[in-house]
Ligand binder design. Structure first.
Ligand code: NAG
Ligand code: NAG
Ligand code: NAG
Ligand code: NAG
Length: 175
């Protein structure tokens, strides 16, 4: 009985990550080498999917690394459900559309590398709440508007890159 209960609770949490990943996959509109199309199959545990790293104990997604795969599409807001995510790397692909606001919910994030895509719209203010963020690379996209001031208050930050976008506005004097 207890085992069953634990199993149900655990699989519910894990299926939240599985749900978020399948939602992410559903917004990939171009996958010329059929990498996700073939590999991210529901027949295998998502911890074994290409580009996914899970925590050893809880089997929650810690890392999503899909750099240099030639994939394109938008980033689904469901990514905000990967609540254990530490590292998000989708650089050197063809992602377009907005950076979802919900990314600011991923409070464990240490690293965001989404450079070299076609992302547009503004940098979400919510990224300024990622208090563990160490590395943020948004360069080589089509982002517009200003850099949310709160980002410069993140004391964990070590490396940032915003180059080659269409940003405007001013930098905070107390950065
Ligand atoms: C499942 O998630 C909920 C809320 O996200 C949390 O309170 C609960 O402890 C988690 N259960 C397990 C077994 O990880
Ligand atoms: C998916 O890719 C991983 C890592 O390359 C590999 O270990 C696994 O066997 C692949 N799974 C399928 C179903 O192709
Ligand atoms: C950043 O932190 C300083 C000192 O705590 C505070 O005065 C300032 O209002 C903060 N700026 C933002 C944009 O949160
Ligand atoms: C961010 O990405 C660009 C383009 O790939 C690279 O030139 C730059 O060194 C990166 N910045 C950091 C802080 O890693």
């Amino acid at each position: 009985m207890l085992y069953f209960f634990i199993y149900v609770v655990t699989s519910f949490n894990s299926s939240t990550d599985g749900y978020a990943l399948l939602a992410f996959k559903s917004q990939i509109t171009s996958d010329p080498n059929k990498i996700l199309t073939k590999n991210w199959s529901q027949g295998t545990s998502f911890c074994n999917w290409i580009g996914i790293t899970c925590g050893t104990r809880h089997k929650r997604v810690r890392g999503l690394n899909l750099a240099n795969m030639g994939i394109g599409g938008t980033i689904t807001k469901e990514i905000g459900g990967l609540s254990f995510l530490r590292s998000l790397i989708i650089s050197n692909n063809n992602f377009h559309g907005f950076i979802p606001d919900k990314m600011g919910k991923l409070s464990q994030l240490r690293e965001i590398e989404i450079q070299n895509n076609e992302l547009n719209g503004a940098i979400p203010t919510s990224l300024g709440f990622l208090e563990n963020l160490q590395k943020l690379n948004l360069s080589y996209n089509k982002l517009i508007g200003d850099i949310p001031n709160k980002i410069f208050n993140l004391s964990s930050l070590v490396e940032i890159s915003f180059g080659d976008n269409i940003l405007s506005g001013s930098l905070p004097t107390d950065m």
